[in-house]
Structures are given as structure tokens and as C-alpha cells.
Design a protein around this ligand. Structure first.
Ligand SMILES: *[C@@H]1O[C@H](CO)[C@@H](O)[C@H](O)[C@H]1NC(C)=O
Ligand SMILES: *[C@@H]1O[C@H](CO)[C@@H](O)[C@H](O)[C@H]1NC(C)=O
Ligand SMILES: *[C@@H]1O[C@H](CO)[C@@H](O)[C@H](O)[C@H]1NC(C)=O
Ligand SMILES: *[C@@H]1O[C@H](CO)[C@@H](O)[C@H](O)[C@H]1NC(C)=O
Ligand SMILES: *[C@@H]1O[C@H](CO)[C@@H](O)[C@H](O)[C@H]1NC(C)=O
Length: 444
């Protein structure tokens, strides 16, 4: 196994309008060579699903900026419901996905080689999920023409019903030879057979990786080339690659608006930042996959806003507290916390007229200079610059505070630090030492 120093980011192009893809496919066209740069060492490039390098861009043709924002918000809402149900769920152990609940398609993808020889799949990464699954050849209802073909892999194995992993998947059934399971994702459902094969991440092969080979899919919202769960539960990447990566990884998420191509997912303790501030990870035994942290306060500018402690307190019984999630786009705070932040933010904007846009209630049609917002965690303060706080319309006329209150139609006890607020930061998950680190890093 070789490890090389941190990934070197590709440099600015203005190619966003070119149609590019990783693989010769029906979407072919001009393929930007930068999209084909191989991953090195233990570092994978992370693409926004809308990146020019992503062949699985959702069809957004013709949608205005406002319509796109509203769509992302609607998807966030569905995911919030899913996360809240996880956080408050009664089951103590639900390792692969969580069954019947809904979740949106995540926003970031990485390239994974599966089997021997490797077949390339662009899998969505999701820190609040443990499952790994990919569409397999013969799949009925899968949307992707790129599928994994087990018959072309010499290392592929079905997982038998007696295997411990068969007890860890939702709704397991025993077929003639192997263990199968059904689950739902983003309102879609999949039926998959539990399988094992080599997953090669950058240049690191992980043999015998347990995943679902999807045979049947219904619905349109599952990640087309599969899901790679980065949660903390038994079947996640973190657990299955423990001896190689010591349950340590970090990512830097690129901005969705970036002209640059990728951020990075760095696996294992080697090459992680040394100068980084940490906050302890909290464990909720009722929901083993989620990364809970202790958010103890929020500052707008230098002012600590007045938030009732109960709005932030961790409670493993009720599921209350704060998680770091890569799949939600805009951070959500429980109502008393959000209102305190928003009111102080508005105060700083003086008499500029407040408007709203969909679920964002603090928007302006005049240029504004926003104060910083600081998340005060146990032992670590993360001060967000304007780029992590504001969204600007493409025409430049509307600017909104890019956070919202947790939806009140669900059991809203969960604060979610989402991808918009994590972009251009390195977020380091150090499970053995039970801590999460955050440091600024320009990776867009
Ligand atoms: C799983 O899905 C398949 C195909 O849709 C169905 O035949 C089977 O009954 C389902 N099994 C369970 C346990 O839900
Ligand atoms: C945690 O939540 C449970 C269930 O809602 C509640 O009964 C309990 O009092 C809470 N614990 C604390 C310390 O607030
Ligand atoms: C905002 O207040 C300032 C003085 O405090 C005033 O000069 C300005 O006209 C006001 N702007 C608006 C749009 O009301
Ligand atoms: C974080 O900010 C708070 C409020 O300004 C301050 O009291 C605390 O000492 C800071 N903590 C760290 C670890 O810097
Ligand atoms: C792209 O990356 C380069 C180098 O990392 C950086 O200087 C530049 O500002 C980035 N461009 C955008 C649009 O983010």
C-alpha cells in the first residue's frame, strides 16, 4: 500500500458550460481530462453532484436559481425528517440504512473501483448512513446504464444467510444461496443481495467489502451509481476498513458554485492536518451511525446570542442535540436557536428590508455585508465567513441567510450542521479518539 501526500487540486478552468463525463457513456461529449485524473494514495476526489465532472448531474435544465434553491430546500426537508426519525428511533441497532425512512439523494460523490478487475462506480457519500450498495447488472428499475457486473469480477462472493452481516441489514430474506434485503432511500425502494468484493478506494484495495448488489429498484431518487455510507455503524466504510484506516477520515467539500472540480476525501490517519481544533464526538447508542457533537452556543459577530440550553443539549433518549451531516445542504437549527441567530443577524443589517425566499426568511434585495457566525462547540469555535453563510442569486439581486429553522412538522429536536456550512473546511472524523476536527481549507 502506498500513501502519497495530500491530493493536489486541479486549477481553475472556466469550463463549466462544457459537457464532460468520466466515462464514455451516452452522455459523452467533450471529456475534460481533469475529470479523469486518477485518485492517489488514500485520497479520493470528491465531486459535487452538479460538478462538470459528474455524469450523474440531476436534470436541472431550465430551472432558475430560485427554483433550484426551492428544490434543494424541499429535498433537505425530506432528509431532515429522515434524520429526525433516526435520532428518535426506537430500534437500538439498525446498521444498514434504516429501512423504511426517507432520505434525499446526497450531494457529493466519489469514485470507487469494485471487483477484480475494478469496475468504476461514482458512489454518493453519506455520513449519516452505513450502507454500501450499487446497481448490479440485470437490475430491474435502476436508472444508471453504468452498473456493476458481478460475473466479470473474479473476487465477487455472495454472502450466505448464516453470516453475521445478514443480521445487520434491514428486512433480510434467505434466497436459495444468499442473503437478500430490501430497504428504502429517498422515497425509492431497493431490493439487493448481500455481497462481498474488493472495493478499491484511490489506490487502496479493501478485500471482502460487504455491500448490497441492487437487483431491483423502484422510484427515481436513489443515487444512480450507488451509496457509500461513512457513518459509524458496523457495516459502514469506517468499520469495514478499520484495520487500514483506523476509523479516521476527513473531507473538504467544494462549493456547489465552484468552477473548480473537486474537493477531497482523505482516508486514514496519514496526511491529516496537525493544526486543527477538535470537539468531542458524542455517541448515541440508539443511533449508532450519526456523528453527534456538543454545540454549546452560537455567536453572530462577537455577540453570543441567547439560546435556551435545552435547544442545544444532547439527549440520547430524545435524540436531541447536534449532528454533522454531509447530505443536508443548509443547516437547520431548532426553532429557538434559529430565531435567536436570525434576529441578531437581522439587527446587524440595520433597516434594510427583509424578504423571504421559500424556507429562507432572511433575504435582502440590496447588497449586504453579513457578520460572521461562530458555532461554539465544546473546545472548538468555528467561525464561518460570508461564503458559508450567504447564498446569492445568480443575478446578484437577492442574498439570503443560508440556514433555516428545523421543520416543525417533525419531531424537531435535532440541529444539523450541513454541507453549505462545511464547504471549504477540512472536517476530520477521528473515531478512535472520539473527536471531530475542523479547519479552514480552500478546496473549491
Ligand atoms: C423485497 O422485495 C422483493 C421484490 O420487490 C419482494 O418480492 C420481497 O417480498 C421483498 N421482501 C421483503 C422482506 O420485504
Ligand atoms: C431526555 O429526553 C427524554 C425523552 O424526551 C426525557 O424524558 C428526559 O427528561 C430528557 N433528559 C434530560 C436530561 O433532559
Ligand atoms: C436607514 O437608516 C438611515 C439612518 O439611520 C437612513 O439614512 C436611511 O435612509 C434608512 N434607509 C431606509 C431604506 O429606510
Ligand atoms: C469560543 O468562544 C467563546 C465565546 O466567545 C469563548 O468563551 C471560548 O473561550 C472560545 N473557546 C475556544 C476553545 O476558543
Ligand atoms: C480554484 O482553485 C484555485 C486553487 O486552489 C483557487 O485559487 C481559486 O480561487 C478557485 N476558484 C474558484 C472559483 O473557487
Amino acid at each position: 500500500m502506498t500513501r502519497t501526500p495530500p491530493f493536489i487540486f486541479s486549477i481553475v478552468p472556466s469550463l463549466i458550460l462544457l459537457s464532460v463525463a468520466f466515462l464514455p457513456s451516452s452522455r459523452a461529449g467533450v471529456v475534460d481530462p481533469r475529470c479523469r485524473v486518477p485518485d492517489r494514495g488514500s485520497t479520493l476526489r470528491v465531486f459535487h453532484v452538479n460538478s462538470p465532472c459528474s455524469p450523474i448531474r440531476p436534470a436541472t435544465g431550465g430551472l432558475s436559481w430560485e427554483e433550484n434553491i426551492l428544490r434543494m430546500q424541499a429535498e433537505d426537508q425530506v432528509r431532515l425528517q429522515f434524520l429526525s426519525s433516526l435520532a428518535t428511533g426506537q430500534k437500538s441497532s439498525v446498521p444498514i440504512a434504516s429501512g423504511r425512512q426517507m432520505i434525499q439523494s446526497p450531494t457529493y460523490i466519489v469514485r470507487v473501483q469494485i471487483g477484480t478487475p475494478g469496475q468504476t462506480m461514482l458512489m454518493a457519500v453519506d455520513t449519516s448512513n452505513d450502507a454500501a450498495w450499487v446497481p448490479c447488472s440485470g437490475c430491474v428499475g435502476c436508472s444508471s446504464s453504468t452498473v456493476f457486473d458481478p460475473t466479470k469480477s473474479t473476487s465477487f462472493k455472495a454472502v450466505g444467510c448464516q453470516a453475521a452481516q445478514c443480521q445487520q441489514v434491514p428486512n433480510p430474506t434467505c434466497g436459495v444461496r444468499s442473503c437478500s434485503f430490501n430497504t428504502s432511500y429517498a422515497g425509492s425502494t431497493i431490493a439487493a443481495s448481500l455481497s462481498r468484493d474488493t472495493f478499491t478506494l484511490a489506490t487502496d484495495p479493501i478485500s471482502g467489502y460487504t455491500f448490497g448488489c441492487v437487483q431491483k429498484a423502484a422510484g427515481t431518487s436513489i443515487p444512480p451509481q450507488g451509496l457509500l455510507g461513512l457513518g459509524r455503524g458496523p457495516l459502514s466504510l469506517v468499520s469495514q476498513s478499520q484495520s487500514l484506516y483506523q476509523s479516521t477520515f476527513s473531507y473538504c467539500l467544494p462549493s456547489s458554485k465552484s468552477l473548480n472540480f473537486s474537493g477531497s476525501l482523505r482516508l486514514g490517519p496519514v496526511g491529516q492536518p496537525v493544526r486543527i481544533k477538535y470537539t468531542p464526538l458524542l455517541k448515541n447508542p440508539r443511533r449508532s451511525s450519526l456523528y453527534y457533537v456538543n454545540l454549546i452556543g452560537i455567536q453572530v459577530g462577537r455577540k453570543v446570542v441567547d439560546i435556551p440550553p435545552a435547544a442545544l443539549a444532547f439527549n440520547s433518549t430524545s435524540g436531541a442535540g447536534t449532528i454533522i451531516d454531509s447530505g443536508t445542504v443548509f443547516s437547520r437549527l431548532v426553532a429557538p436557536a434559529y430565531v435567536a441567530v436570525r434576529d441578531e443577524f437581522r439587527k446587524r443589517m440595520g433597516n434594510a428590508t427583509v424578504t423571504s425566499l421559500g424556507g429562507f426568511d432572511t433575504c435582502y434585495n440590496v447588497p449586504i455585508v453579513a457578520p460572521t457566525i461562530t458555532f461554539v462547540f465544546d473546545g472548538m469555535n468555528v467561525t464561518l465567513p460570508q461564503d458559508n453563510i450567504l447564498i446569492h442569486s445568480t443575478a446578484g439581486s437577492t442574498t439570503c441567510l443560508a440556514m433555516a429553522a428545523a421543520p416543525d412538522n417533525v419531531n424537531s429536536v435535532l440541529n444539523v450542521i450541513a454541507s453549505m456550512q462545511q464547504q471549504n473546511h477540512r472536517v476530520l472524523f477521528d473515531v478512535p479518539n472520539s473527536r471531530v476536527g475542523v479547519a479552514r481549507e480552500a478546496c473549491s
